[in-house]
Ligand binder design. Structure first.
Ligand code: G1P
Ligand code: ZN
Length: 548
């Protein structure tokens, strides 16, 4: 092993006041992270918060976006100075979020640092982000991220080793002083896990005989994972994988697999001769988009359909103890859980709220409307896993994506869902809207001038059934007389201005549901939402900036 000479330094700095984590870690413009001492202060706050035993193991990697490599070097040098015994780093500094979570668990690490701004654009003018995960593989809970924030407000010194840059591109071991640095293949452990959960032989044969797959890695982290799993292990032709090389700026693509930012995939799905299954994942590989010929699967439907069909994959064949969805996610899964007689938990937005439930064995599947779905196999959402699950349903049920979805609607009804986002330049305007609505919330039910009649309204709060912690102010909910639901909340992942998210859902039954569009089914609920929240009055916006 090559040992590097170590000189430790304590560097003085002025604390920053803007290092509070949002829905999924600290996200800022790259230029903010590039400020002198900025990254270091946040990382020191993480080390001070986690208080890891000397000699502990830490997993480190990211989605490969601009600044990823520099940050890996800095964090490694700081880890050595903070007494970390072993660093496990993805080759090239790359680790998808679910693969990092898996490595933390399989290598029994004390935690991990994941460098990602997920689906936010990358490049020198784009975004960068850091989240830290605990030994369970899950994102640090709110109480830890708040401790790190408090610590950052007082962080006037950090520890770092003066060391030559690590060679990140070759697997193997080296050292920074007493800290062992292990560069690992980012894919192999994760691929092994997928092979345990799904019947690869069945998938290989179905992909050979009848299912034409197209996967788009959007020039982000999942390219190498897709090449290994789909092509090398499942025999898919490399031409079926597009944008498979991770690029620092994602080649200018917005790495968010949703129908607006990945409209080219919707177009492909609607074209003649469309592939049978089209899948995509986001910057760090935790989101998924599923499309079939002529069909985009809504994430809420995807979760419900997975729960209704656990029989198709060895890892799920015996069913699951329970299921969870984030509060704004469509209530489609609730109906399946009811029929199966298992609990369905409703958690605040953000994957970390699922982690205690997963860890305690209370749930086996969970998902969010924001194209995130996963199971107890890891503690993060997982894009490629979702595509493998859909492949398993297609192969096991011998049905197309469209047939699977339509049969589900015929059985359970169709839960129409839309998310309308309003990008508001001035964050104060967004805050004023939410404050106003919160202050009148108790008088909304029964009021006659709101469009649709609202029967109930509240501000969602959540008591974690495992540790009893309370999270308040997690979004405003309004329930209409025709069974519809409106949810309003502000995004916690943006890096400028504010985004108001308005979520609408309503279930309809009957033969006509497949032909009806969500826009038609939810039109009147949307008008009601805009009127009650006085969106135009507070923001000047007559229409949503985007609808998903
Ligand atoms: C968004 C999604 C949320 C997801 C998060 C991280 O957060 O809505 O479901 O967990 O990104 O991927 P938001 O911007 O709404 O706070
Ligand atoms: Zn992501």
């Amino acid at each position: 092993m090559q040992s590097k000479k170590l000189k430790l330094r304590e560097v003085d700095c002025v604390p920053f006041d803007d290092q509070r984590s949002g829905t999924a870690g600290l996200r800022k413009k790259v230029t903010v992270f590039q400020q002198q001492h900025y990254l270091e202060c946040f990382v020191q706050s993480i080390f001070d918060t986690l208080k890891l035993e000397p000699g502990s193991t830490l997993v480190l990697g990211g989605d490969g976006r601009y600044y990823n490599r520099e940050a890996v070097q800095t964090i490694s040098a700081m880890a050595a100075a903070n007494g970390i015994g072993r660093m496990i780093i993805g080759q090239g500094g790359l680790l998808s979020t679910p693969a990092a979570s898996n490595l933390i668990r399989t290598r029994k690490a004390a935690g991990g640092i994941i460098l990602s701004a997920s689906h936010n654009p990358g490049g020198p003018d784009g975004d960068f982000g850091i989240k830290f995960n605990t030994a369970s593989g899950g994102q640090a809970p709110e109480q830890l991220t708040e401790t790190a924030y408090a610590r950052s407000l007082a962080c006037d010194r950090y520890k770092i080793a003066d060391t030559a840059a690590l060679e990140l591109d070759t697997p193997g071991e080296s050292a920074i002083g007493d800290t062992v640095v292990e560069i690992v293949d980012p894919v192999s452990d994760y691929a092994e896990l997928m092979e345990e959960l799904f019947d690869f032989e069945l998938l290989r044969s179905a992909l050979k005989r009848k299912i034409c797959l197209h996967f788009d890695a959007l020039n982000a982290a999942t390219g190498p994972y897709a090449n290994r799993i789909f092509c090398d292990m499942l025999g898919v032709s490399p031409e079926c994988i597009s944008n498979a090389t991770p690029l620092e700026d994602f080649g200018g693509i917005h790495p968010d697999p949703n129908p607006v930012d990945a409209a080219h995939l919707v177009k492909l799905a609607m074209s003649d001769g469309a592939p049978d299954l089209i899948g995509a994942s986001d910057g760090d590989g935790d989101r998924n988009m599923i499309l079939g010929s002529g069909m985009l699967v809504s994430p809420g439907d995807s979760l419900a359909i997975m729960l209704a069909n656990t029989v198709v994959a060895p890892g799920y064949r015996n069913g699951v103890a329970g299921v969870a969805r984030s509060m704004p996610t469509s209530r489609a899964v609730d109906d399946v859980a009811r029929e199966l007689g298992i609990p369905c938990f409703e958690t605040p937005t953000g994957w970390r709220f699922f982690c205690n439930l997963l860890e305690a064995g209370k749930i086996g599947l969970c998902g969010e409307e924001s194209f995130g779905t996963s199971s107890a196999h890891t503690r993060e959402k997982d894009g490629l896993w979702a595509i493998l699950y859909w492949l398993s349903m297609m192969a096991g049920l011998e049905q197309s994506v469209g047939e699977i979805v339509q049969r589900h609607w015929a059985r359970f009804g169709r839960c129409f869902f839309q998310r309308r986002d309003y990008m508001i330049a001035n964050a104060d305007d967004a805050d004023a809207l939410v404050q106003n609505l919160s202050s009148i919330i108790s008088s909304v039910p029964g009021s006659s001038d709101t469009g649709q009649q609202i029967l109930e309204a509240d501000i969602f709060e959540y008591t974690d059934p495992v540790d009893g912690s309370l999270s308040t102010n997690q979004g405003i909910r309004l329930f209409s007389a025709d069974g519809g639901r409106i949810v309003l909340r502000l995004s916690g992942t943006g890096t400028s201005g504010s985004t108001l998210r308005v979520y609408l859902d309503r279930t309809e039954h009957g033969p006509g549901v497949a032909e009806k569009s969500p826009a038609d089914a939810l039109a009147s609920l949307g008008e009601t939402a805009a009127a009650i929240a006085r969106i135009e009055h507070f923001t000047g916006l007559k229409q949503p900036t985007s609808t998903i």
